[in-house]
Write a protein that binds this ligand. Structure first.
Ligand SMILES: *Cc1c(COP(=O)(O)O)cnc(C)c1O
Length: 401
């Protein structure tokens, strides 16, 4: 494990110029590319030509700039950018697994990921075992001869458990499996590849872009894996075609440059809110507080300087109590009653009824997801004390405190 990995400086150090010396790289708004010689085109199709682009479903120069910046942030050799987070996740899993293989995954993941693993992969006769990712013994017990990969989120949705990536990596290395980590909740805070993950996937829709104006994703991995997914003959990305539009890549690259400052502010504001929730005796989950079961683990694994993240969950026991709370908070101007996260406004939703509604009620209970769980993505509010007071006013008005 490298000490003091600094993802923000890795991005800051990049020098990517535009065609005419522009300080922002040029946007290559082309689907196809010309070749001076037939020989060069043939070589490019065989993957033997460095620096040549053939078609934007395969590679595009603007996507390349963003990919290089993401690879710098993760300390991986390369990255590939997709049209959504789900595209990054499904491309990675379909590339790694053949029909009849087996996957082990954290039971608490993003709802779409859960649905893909639990429902969609049946088409390919791929079996999936769901485990409590903090219980390493249960993972070891689940391993079969055909287990190809272990899937988790560095900070799981919506329970905010912390995955012990170095320990998980030990298990996957011993058994010739790949460790795939979704780092959507904690860019810069965790550097999963530095901790032993083979592949890091992102929904860039959230913190990385941070503007809620686009859906996008990324796969950060070795050059070998990125070459494999973009191989013209059998690459999952090349053949299923989930590529990101280069105009969007250009926007996201510019937003990536301020990610470190945004993460610091999200974390600072979330810490303030979490402390207040604790003070008033509300049931809460925030990995930045010592009462979180993996608080010490998080301190060991996280990069310094970016805080404990912008996500908090509170438990109001029932969906019937959560509903008026969220509606009234929106009326008072705390933020928006919306799914998603990583926005400059605070966003809140009832996980069991929204982003985890794909998970059957029985399983929600098993993973400890309360029907009254309200997930907050704390915004970049300059006056967080005021924003918190509005939340507290809401709680009092409803007589919850
Ligand atoms: C939103 C999200 C996804 C899916 O990403 P999209 O960009 O919506 O496709 C995957 N994982 C996590 C943790 C997410 O929050």
């Amino acid at each position: 494990m490298k000490k003091h990995f600094d993802p923000a400086t890795a991005i800051q150090k990049l020098e990517q110029f535009g065609e005419f010396g522009g300080v922002n790289p040029s946007i290559t708004d082309s689907a196809t590319f010309t070749f001076m010689t037939e020989e060069e085109m043939i070589k490019t199709f065989h993957g033997e030509s460095e620096g040549c682009f053939l078609y934007s479903r395969h590679w595009n120069p603007t996507n390349r700039y963003l990919s290089e910046a993401l690879a710098a942030m993760e300390g991986t050799e390369l990255a590939w950018v997709t049209g959504s987070g789900m595209a990054a996740i499904t491309t990675t899993i379909l590339q790694l697994c053949n029909a009849g293989d087996h996957i082990i995954t954290s039971i608490t993941t993003y709802g779409g990921t859960y649905a893909f693993l639990a429902n969609y992969l049946k088409k390919f006769n791929i079996e999936v075992t769901f485990v409590n990712i903090t219980d390493l013994e249960s993972i070891k017990r689940a391993i079969r001869p055909n287990t190809r990969l272990l899937y988790t989120e560095s900070m799981t949705n919506p329970m905010l458990q912390i995955s012990n990536i170095p320990e998980l990596a030990k298990i996957t290395r011993e058994h010739d499996m790949k460790l795939v980590v979704d780092n959507t909740f904690t860019p810069m805070i965790f550097s999963p590849a530095q901790l032993g993950a083979d592949i890091v996937v992102y929904s860039m829709t959230k913190f990385i872009n941070g503007k809620n104006d686009a859906v996008a994703g990324a796969i950060c991995a070795s050059r070998e894996f990125i070459d494999a997914i973009s191989n013209v003959n059998d690459g999952t990305a090349m053949l299923l075609g989930p590529v990101l539009d280069p105009l969007r890549s250009s926007n996201i690259l510019k937003n990536l440059a301020t990610l470190h400052i945004r993460m610091q502010k999200h974390s600072e504001n979330a810490m303030y809110m979490a402390k207040k929730f604790k003070e008033i005796g509300l049931k809460h989950i925030y990995p930045g507080l010592p009462d979180h079961p993996q608080h010490e683990l998080m301190k060991q694994l996280m990069n310094p300087d970016f805080g404990f993240g912008g996500m908090i969950a509170i438990d109001l026991d029932t969906a019937e109590r959560a509903a008026p709370f969220m509606e009234l908070m929106q009326q008072k101007g705390v933020g928006y009653h919306a799914v998603s996260l990583g926005y400059f406004k605070t966003l809140f939703s009832n996980s069991g009824k929204s982003t985890s509604s794909e998970v059957p009620a029985e399983l929600q209970r098993e993973m400890g997801l309360s029907p009254g769980l309200v997930r907050f993505s704390v915004g970049l509010d300059h006056d967080i004390e005021r924003s918190y007071r509005l939340v507290e006013d809401t709680l009092r008005e409803l007589k919850y405190i």
